[in-house]
Ligand binder design. Sequence first.
Ligand SMILES: C[S@@+](CC[C@H](N)C(=O)[O-])C[C@H]1O[C@@H](n2cnc3c(N)ncnc32)[C@H](O)[C@@H]1O
Length: 265
Amino acid sequence: MNVAPAFDHEAYFRFRDDLLGPSRNRILTAAELCEAGRLIYGDPNGLSLYGIPAPEMEAKGIRLLGRTTIECCVDAHATAVAQAVAEVQAGLPPVEDAMIVDLFCGSGNFGHHLGERLGYPVYASELDPVVHAATRNNLDRIGSTIDLHLADYRDLIARLPPIGPHDTYAIEPPWGSAFTADGLDLTRTTPPVPEILADIRRARAGHPCLVAIKTNDKIAHDSLETSFHDATHVRTVPAHRTLPWGANMEVHVYRLDVGDRRSRT
Ligand SMILES: C[S@@+](CC[C@H](N)C(=O)[O-])C[C@H]1O[C@@H](n2cnc3c(N)ncnc32)[C@H](O)[C@@H]1O
């Protein structure tokens, strides 16, 4: 009989603390990438970005920093989200063109899969030069056409006039002190999610769009509802649950419409 290995909380949280702390800005070795896959996803191949699983990353020239290894949206989840967004877009009036904007791109894997599935150009901003350099290397290695900027997300959105209602913004700001014992508080991310939404609305001057936000599976103080009180919830895509409650990922898709005041449906 096959018995799933027991989740090793202590080893996972020790590893996580190291990758977000001392090893934050260090490129991980091939062995460390496989260990990350095993500890986070229960299998070295679970850590997979741009279609490349951890055991093959080094040979293919993929470089991942400690922090990005913890923060990234892996292939299995990113492809499920891209499929969900494609289905949502299919229910909207057809358009000739649209754009995808990955505002806090980290590895860029979220934007990578949205672009592959939806077929629209992808723009991405990353503010940290160390993360940006690793991602630049990786996107070059896979021949990506993502238009990657070393920039604050506000500068990127200000340069991108709205195209149409299929425009999709991926948002996942750093959590920092927003990750509390009560869950993730989206009003305390850096910057707070309500501020990011206000920036998007301002840049679009009232033109509707879609927003996909990555959270964990334990939200504090209804802060997701509060942040998106004037948007329409259209999908939630949970990642495969391998970690304790509060440490697994979810992506929520919302429609930002002028005059639409419905929250989660
Ligand atoms: C939680 S990670 C996002 C991970 C990403 N979704 C992925 O799949 O790899 C947040 C990223 O946003 C970057 N960042 C922080 N503040 C930013 C800003 N104002 N503008 C653009 N990027 C920013 C951080 O350096 C970090 O790499």
